[in-house]
Design a protein. Structure first.
Length: 306
């Protein structure tokens, strides 16, 4: 089922037809507050009122024209300004292929540097999302080049990639901000673990490494992107056993999944954020969300039944 859903994410014919179906759009609305920045900001404001932080990301990858790239840049500038004006605890996460990585690494570098500067002026962190494995090396190289001048810049790592332990070691040595996620792209078994149990164990191992005293002493910041109840419980046990400050890292969860869990964590003294995705290019993202937890197909079936 997972492989089928990941294949669907890359199917242009299916994407074109599915996005026209009202029942699909109804199902997507559970996991995305809307397509517009206004929708994302409204959801972020409601969460802020409950003391829950957010991360906003505009959906879409592999932007092809210079005009589109500049439009994405302008959109994120507007998002950063509106977040600051609203006074809400919200960060922005970008994809480098939205900002010209396919065309020129220098183009992506310049756009990301500009956004990181604007975010720092507003006292916020800017995240770089990780995309498919074809972009992993270039994404990390660009992050390492940018980081000295932009300490508020963070990067995501995918636990399911076999190379990630080495990548994490290199980032921890720099005192980086790292958002650990499981990974949701369709990758061959030679590159990524195909079995969920193996991915969960790798995520746990990497998280423990990030929470270790030596990693925290170097100034690393840790954001753990999971809403898996068993995994969270295991991590809470590590925090208690090893004396990790509960406010010295944070959990991040997807909008619409395990509602109420961020509030529970915050009440227990942890930090927590909700990742809010928005935009018109939602079909591949939505298929990957279903692939992460195929049980979510039940929500699609309920939407089909009205």
């Amino acid at each position: 089922m997972r492989q089928t859903l990941l294949a669907a994410a890359d199917n242009g014919w299916l994407r074109e037809r599915a996005m026209r179906q009202p029942f699909v759009r109804r199902a997507v609305s559970r996991f995305m507050p809307g397509e517009a920045l206004d929708d994302a900001l409204a959801a972020a404001r409601r969460l802020h009122e409950r003391h829950v932080g957010t991360i906003l990301t505009h959906l879409g990858e592999n932007v092809s024209s210079r005009e589109e790239i500049e439009a994405v840049q302008a959109h994120y500038v507007d998002a950063l300004e509106r977040i600051a004006a609203a006074g809400i605890d919200s960060e922005v996460s970008i994809k480098l292929t939205q900002l010209g990585l396919d065309q020129s690494e220098r183009l992506a570098f310049d756009h990301t540097a500009q956004l990181a500067t604007r975010a720092r002026e507003r006292g916020a962190r800017l995240w770089i999302d990780m995309e498919g494995s074809a972009y992993t090396e270039r994404t990390l190289a660009l992050y390492r080049e940018l980081r000295p001048a932009h300490p508020n810049l963070g990067v995501a790592l995918q636990a399911y990639l076999r190379r990630t332990p080495d990548d994490l070691d290199a980032l921890l040595a720099l005192g980086s901000a790292v958002r650990l996620v499981k990974g949701a792209y369709r990758e061959p078994a030679t590159i990524a673990f195909p079995d969920k149990h193996d991915v969960d164990e790798r995520f746990f191992e990497l998280a423990r490494r990030m929470l270790a005293p030596e990693a925290r002493a170097r100034g690393n910041w840790v954001t753990l992107g999971t809403h898996d109840a068993r995994l969270i419980a295991r991590l809470e046990a590590v925090v208690a056993a090893e004396g990790v400050p509960r406010d010295g890292f944070e959990f991040a969860m997807l909008f619409g999944i395990r509602r109420g869990e961020p509030e529970r964590l915050i009440a227990a003294g942890y930090r927590a954020r909700v990742l809010i995705s928005y935009g018109s290019h939602w079909f591949p993202w939505y298929m990957r969300r279903l692939a992460e937890r195929p049980a979510n197909l039940w929500f699609v079936m309920r939407s089909m039944l009205g």
